[in-house]
Write a protein that binds this ligand. Structure first.
Ligand SMILES: [Zn+2]
Length: 136
């Protein structure tokens, strides 16, 4: 079947032309039809990319040592965006899923490394206190 709006050939069962997004079938064919909306599809893809971006940033900063606290923040953002993605589209998929897992890994790594640095600082601080005591 050819689209009456842009003239490109598309499958008979589609409700919307995959090329121009115009409605080509007005429910004459039977069965459940999922409308193809290129704008919504692009938004979904962009959103998935955003989840992935924060997931990568989260894990990268988490592994960086001193900046792992930043990784914690990015990871939390990645997780929140992945949840938002799942709420909007039913489930995470593609890049959003990768971003979700990277965010999860980033969260764990950043917590461990941040706790490690916090422990070192506490120990150094206690060492300073005991050092000051012995001086007095
Ligand atoms: Zn068309």
């Amino acid at each position: 079947m050819y689209c009456q709006f842009c003239g490109k050939e598309h499958a008979d069962y589609v409700s919307f032309c995959p090329y121009c997004g115009m409605q080509v079938n007005k429910g004459e064919t039977c069965g459940e039809q999922i409308p193809v909306d290129p704008i919504a599809d692009k938004e979904k893809d962009d959103f998935g990319g955003e989840v992935l971006k924060f997931g990568i940033l989260g894990l990268a900063f988490a592994c960086s040592g001193l900046l792992s606290l930043l990784g914690l923040i990015f990871s939390i953002i990645a997780r929140a965006k992945a949840n938002e993605f799942a709420r909007r589209y039913g489930d995470t998929e593609g890049r959003a899923t990768v971003g979700k897992h990277l965010g999860k890994a980033g969260l764990i790594v950043s917590i461990v490394i941040t706790a490690y640095f916090a422990l070192i600082f506490v120990l150094a601080f206690l060492g300073m206190l005991t050092g000051a005591e012995t001086l007095m």
